[in-house]
Every structure is written in C-alpha cells, then in structure tokens.
Design a protein around this ligand. Structure first.
Ligand code: PMP
Length: 437
C-alpha cells in the first residue's frame, strides 16, 4: 500500500501560504491529495513519499520529450551562462521566429510570449484590430486560457465550478467569479462540430464577427476530432466574410507533428497560437500567421508587450525542443504514436475484458479516456454524459498502481515512454479496471 503522508503534510502547509494550496486551480482536483513531486526523469515522476509513477500528465502537456530531457537542458544551461533575459534583441529570438515560419504552414511571421493565455489574447486583439469588428465566435468545451475576454464554458471533472451553458438571457456566463460579464459581451458561444450552428451564427451576426477561435481537435473536452469537412467549412465560411480564423494549437501544436493540427489536416488558419509542447516544459508561446495580420504589430497599430517575451531561456528551450522533434524525420512522433496506439488498443481490450463501458478518443500521442454508456462521443453534449466520478476513482487507483493520469481523462504520451512503460501501464490498468466493476 502506498502512502501519501508527506504529500498530505505538504498540501496542508501549502494551503497555509499558497492561495488555493496549488499554483493553478486545476491541480487541486487530484485524489487522494495533490501530489508533491520530488524529482522526475524521462517518463517517470517520483513524489516526496518515495512513490514512482509512469507519467501521462506530463505537466499538463508540454513535456513532449519527457522530464528533464538532457539535450534540451544542456542547451538551456549553455544559454543561461550568457544571460537569462536582456530586454534587448538577441540571436535566439530570430532563430526561433524563423524556425516557426518554416515548420508552421500558416506562419509568415510570429510573435513570442510566455503562456498560451497570452498568445490567445494577442491573437484576439490582432483579429479585432484587423477587421474593425468586435465579436468572437468560440465553442463550448474548448479552453483558450483564463483571460477575462474568453474564459467561459470549460467544464471539466478537474474544475466542477466552471459553468457550461448559456444563461436564460442567452448571455455567455463567466467562467469564474470576479470576471466582468461585460468582458464576454462580444463572445458568441456555439456547439462545436456542428456546421449548421456555425452557419446560422455567421448569418445572424453578419458583418460583426472579428474571429472564430477553435481548437482544431477538441482536446480539452474529449479529444474529439472534427467531423469530415467541418474545419474546411469553417475555413471557407470565415474567409468569405473577412473573418479571422484562429486555430488554438496550444495543445496540438508540435504534438500532432511539427506543423501542428493545421499541418496535419491541411487547413490554413489566419492565425495560430502555440505553447506547451513548443517549449518542452519551459514558459514560451507564440502567435503565428498571415503577414497582413502580423503587420499590425510591425507598424505599431497593435501593442504586444511582455517583460520576459523572447527571453534567452525560453528561446533556447524552444529551439532545442523543436530541434529534437525534427530529428531523423520526426522519429519521435512515430515512436509516440506507436506507443499511444498500443496503449489505447490495450485499454479498449481491457474495457471489454472487464465488461466496463468506456470510450477512448485519440489522435496521435494524445487521447481522452472516459467511462460512458455511449459507444461514440463526437460532440460536447455526448462528452458531458460521461461518468466523471467513476473516472476520478480510476485515476486515484491508477496512482496506487504507479501510473499518474489526469483525473479528467486526458492522457499524453511522450517520446520518453518506452514499450515497457506501456506494458506496465496496461498491467496496472488491468488490475484497476478489474476492481472497478
Ligand atoms: N489554449 C488551449 C487549447 C489550452 O489547452 C491551454 C492550456 N491548457 C491554453 C490555451 C492556455 O495555455 P496556458 O495554460 O499556457 O496559459
């Protein structure tokens, strides 16, 4: 039996000094206690009680090469010897910006910042400045960071407080207390993967919409892929009306391939936001896109600020991470996808063996595992019918069995996971699912 005594003590102390006891609200959901990590290497995390886990949380996505990846760390250390941040120009920024224009199909030019939230804020600002319009279409169940202007409709087993549906007045509900309702006045909230709903909203708000923002795959709620033709329709319908299409690739960027989801699907958005995997765990993000839009920053029409934007650590980390991912024709992606397929196939077999009903939606090295009576989950409404309490129990028991998974069901596979890790994970899942009936 594992114990979590030191994590429990740590959490009690943390609650005394750290607001919420965690540094990001989602982390409080972990049961039996938000774990205190002691160290991590490759695909394995160790907690302060001496328990080791095969890690599929991966820092909520960025650790695409695994923890403490040597070749990236070395390049970051080397950069740090020459200074951490200058507030001046340096070569790393140009190299990273140039590399992004080479690997992201939609990128003529890029802007750098520190988090996905900031990248989305800039993309929305560019779209509003470019079109002279203010409304934004966004979709239920997607997440685009926690800024006031976009934070709504992000229900998750991790965060039961976030609200899901529009109010009776049709107004978009704030995602948290303290958020001005005015900040969401310009947001039109629609179901995703629903062409008719998008078509109707575009007609209703003709001439008013600055941008449509969408995750290209609804990773935050069910890892649901777009129905055939849906993203193509989104692209065509926005282009026809002069609306800026923003694909939020903070999860999918560098995870579904060097060119992200838009490269994989062959869709060219006007703007794309990237973060997480791009920096391999270091704080770096970016907006990339069409020259006409990015030119608004060139001529000073749109402000883009940030003390630490483009700092030496961030640029060295992103250059090194992308460099590793690009090696040997993207061998890291082949490895991740092979391991993820083996894992999802194995989990499906185990569901059958134990007579438990569940759905696993996957694309490349990311998948969402839920317990549900349905056989297909392809929109937010069907995703919401899942048994999240049962899944949270599964996640807790998986911890006991030495596997760290997010309590809401989203799994990431890294290039550090080996075949033996997948086998060990499936053995653990076999035992846990066996006890869950
Ligand atoms: N967009 C998407 C699609 C995300 O998944 C996230 C983070 N989960 C963000 C934006 C916000 O990124 P960050 O947490 O780095 O601010």
């Amino acid at each position: 039996m594992r114990t979590y005594e030191l994590s429990k003590n740590g959490y009690d102390r943390s609650k005394r000094y750290l607001a919420g006891g965690v540094a990001s609200s989602l982390r409080a959901a972990m049961k039996p206690v938000p774990l205190f990590a002691e160290s991590a290497q490759g695909a394995v995390v160790r907690d302060v009680d001496g328990n080791a886990y095969i890690d599929y949380l991966l820092g909520y996505g960025p650790l695409i090469l695994g923890h403490a990846y040597g070749p990236v760390n070395e390049k970051v250390y080397a950069a740090m010897q020459r200074g951490i941040t200058y507030g001046l120009q340096h070569q790393g920024e140009i190299e990273l910006a140039k590399l992004l224009t080479e690997v992201l199909p939609c990128a003529d030019k890029v802007a750098l910042s520190g988090s996905g939230t900031e990248a989305v804020m800039l993309a929305l600002r560019l779209a509003r400045a470019y079109t002279g319009r203010s409304k934004i279409i966004r979709f239920h169940g997607h997440y685009h960071g926690w800024s006031d202007s976009i934070y709504t409709s992000f229900p998750s087993a991790d965060m039961p407080s976030a609200s899901a549906s529009a109010t009776a007045s049709g107004a978009v509900p704030p995602g948290t207390a303290g958020q001005s309702e005015l900040s969401l006045r310009d947001v039109v909230l629609l179901p995703w993967n629903d062409q008719a709903a998008l078509e109707a909203a575009l007609a209703e708000h003709e001439g008013e919409i600055a941008a449509v923002i969408s995750e290209p795959v609804m990773c935050n709620s069910g890892c649901i892929v777009p129905r055939p033709g849906y993203l193509e329709f989104m692209r065509e319908a926005t282009a026809k009306r002069g609306i800026v299409l923003i694909l939020d690739e903070v999860i999918t960027g560098f995870r579904l391939g060097l060119g992200g989801a838009h490269g994989r699907f062959g869709i060219k958005p006007d703007l794309v936001t990237v973060g997480k995997a791009m920096g391999g765990g270091f704080a770096v993000s970016g907006v990339a896109g069409r020259a006409e839009l990015m030119a608004l920053i060139d001529d000073g029409t749109v402000s883009h600020l940030g003390t630490l934007n483009g700092n030496c650590v961030a640029t060295a980390a992103a250059l090194a991470t992308i460099g590793e991912l690009a090696k040997d024709d993207g061998a890291a992606y082949d490895k991740m996808e092979k391991n993820a397929s083996k894992l999802t196939a194995g989990l499906r077999t185990l569901l059958g063996k134990h007579g438990i009903r569940g759905v696993i939606n996957e694309i490349g090295p990311v998948f969402h595992f839920i317990f549900t009576e349905q056989t297909v989950v392809e929109d937010f409404a069907s995703f919401n019918l899942r048994d999240s309490a049962k899944y949270a129990l599964f996640a807790e028991r998986m911890l006991e069995a030495g596997v760290l998974v997010r309590p809401n069901g989203l799994w990431y596979v890294s290039a550090a996971h080996e075949d033996a890790d997948i086998d060990a994970t499936l053995e653990a899942a076999d035992r846990v699912l066996g006890g869950l009936r």
